[in-house]
Ligand binder design. Structure first.
Ligand SMILES: Cc1ncc(COP(=O)(O)O)c(CNc2cccc(C(=O)O)c2)c1O
Length: 455
């Protein structure tokens, strides 16, 4: 793109486009980066920079960029039937086939899919339908949801309320009533010298304390990300989720796994609940179901919940115009075919994840890194002022993360920064050679960042 066109587009963007999760005034002054092309694990911007996208867009481009088969699937469906709804006792073939495929892929008896446009809407859906599930069984007061502080479940009123991000609650008077939070499992910042598995049990038992505080007869469900992504890839000890599941079963609290990030291979298993060995009653998905090529989300219910809603729930007063959109469903089916036929998840688990873990641990040797943690193909590097003093952060938490992210970009590497943690989430199709390239660029960025800090 020539410079004149780029400047003109940046001007139009500043004048007319409100970016999500951005300081739009600062961005308008700086001018937005414009991405123009993607291929495999790389994207190019309008100035011709080739960038290794170690964040897969936004946790989502699992099969990598440039897979024309998905565009072909969209075009074919669009030409045949670009849209029809699932409202008036009807639907479309790709929608049916996708619901059946999800039932096959998800663990246990998660056999019933309600389609949405996003992960946020999927979490809105489970809040409404789980409350309805208890109400039609004469327990309308069993309507409280428990989530985690710092959890992320989306940006809608319900999604942001189920999440525990205080900055989001401040904007819009959240959380909405009857949503409570417990502290998350964050070993690096919270476990001190505790044995990791002991810490996992301690963190899980916060849920039992909260249920007993509120009264089991009031608590409808617990929602959590198997690994908390947006806050900084908080990987719980192995003991955490089985204990959460035991507590939920003990008090008949539904267990909701938010698999928007962890789903479709991110951990090396198809789902994060399989990685940690627990069975959700309800699951929400988005991102990897289409590898980000087209918007799609879904709330998946087990036979118990779907059975009660069908038998006693009457007409479900809930749905979006595009629930089960045929073009989105057709693209998702092609995405899942590639994941399955090319054994992307298995290859990621068996070959790439172990190699990535080795190289990621080497980055943990850097003088700026307090902890390098990883599970499957999602990880974090905690940047600290002194790696010998655990739990001590840089002043103005987040500034160093932003600096390191910007330096990495100059080296042609995209990593996300949350506070002073550098987050990793590459396409699942990343090769060993590209992992080496990621390592080299990340090491250079850490060195330059350390030098800028006088370390
Ligand atoms: C666990 C989880 N649940 C729900 C959502 C909401 O999905 P939608 O965005 O499709 O409504 C998400 C989304 N995850 C998300 C969204 C935006 C930014 C970042 C970040 O890490 O900066 C992460 C997510 O990570």
């Amino acid at each position: 793109m020539d410079h004149k066109t780029l400047e003109h587009l940046q001007h139009l963007d500043a004048a007319h486009h409100l970016h999500p999760f951005n300081d739009n005034a600062a961005l308008a002054a700086k001018g937005t980066r414009i991405l123009t092309r993607g291929e495999g694990c790389y994207v190019w911007d309008a100035e011709g920079h080739k960038l290794l996208d170690a964040f897969a867009g936004l946790w989502c481009v699992n099969i990598g960029y440039g897979r024309a088969e998905l565009g072909d699937a969209a075009a074919t469906q669009m030409r045949t039937l670009a849209y029809y709804n699932s409202f008036f006792q009807c639907t479309t073939e790709p929608t049916i086939r996708l619901a059946a495929e999800i039932a096959e892929l998800t663990p246990g008896d998660l056999n019933h899919a309600f389609f949405t446009n996003s992960g946020s809407e999927a979490n809105d859906t489970i809040l409404r339908l789980v409350r309805h599930f208890w109400a039609v069984q004469d327990q309308p007061r069993k309507n409280i949801f428990i989530g985690r502080h710092d959890g992320y479940h989306g940006t809608t009123m319900a999604g942001a309320s189920l999440g525990g991000m205080k900055g989001m609650h401040k904007q819009g008077g959240l959380p909405i009533p009857d949503i409570h939070h417990i502290d998350p499992p964050y070993p690096f910042g919270d476990a001190g010298d505790m044995d990791p598995e002991e810490y996992g049990l301690l963190a899980a038992r916060r849920l039992e304390d909260k249920i007993l505080e509120l009264g089991p007869e009031r608590v409808a469900a617990f929602i959590g990300e198997p690994i908390m992504g947006a806050i900084g890839v908080y990987i719980p000890p192995r003991s955490y989720w089985p204990e959460i599941e035991r507590i939920c079963r003990k008090y008949d609290v539904l267990l909701v796994a938010d698999e928007v990030i962890c789903g479709f291979g991110r951990t090396g298993e198809w789902f994060g609940s399989q990685y940690f060995g627990f069975q959700p009653d309800v699951m929400t998905i988005a991102k990897g179901i289409t590898s980000g090529y087209i918007p799609l989300g879904a709330a998946i219910f087990n036979d118990r919940v779907a059975g009660v809603l069908a038998a006693q729930g009457g007409e479900l007063a809930h749905g979006c115009t595009y629930s089960g959109h045929p073009v989105c469903a057709a693209v998702a089916l092609e995405n899942l075919r590639i994941l399955r036929d090319e054994r992307v998840v298995e290859h990621a688990r068996v070959d790439i994840a172990p190699y990535l873990a080795t190289r990621w641990a080497e980055l943990g040797e850097h003088r700026l890194v307090g902890e390098a943690r990883i599970a499957g193909l999602m990880g974090a590097l905690e940047l600290v002022p002194d790696k010998r003093r655990r739990g001590e952060y840089f002043p103005g938490r987040g500034k160093v993360g932003a600096l390191c992210r910007d330096i990495a970009l100059r080296h042609g590497l995209i990593l996300r920064a949350t506070y002073d943690a550098m987050l990793l989430s590459p396409p699942l199709v990343i090769t060993r050679l590209q992992v080496d390239e990621l390592f080299d660029k990340a090491w250079k960025a850490l060195d330059e960042c350390a030098q800028a800090l006088g370390k």
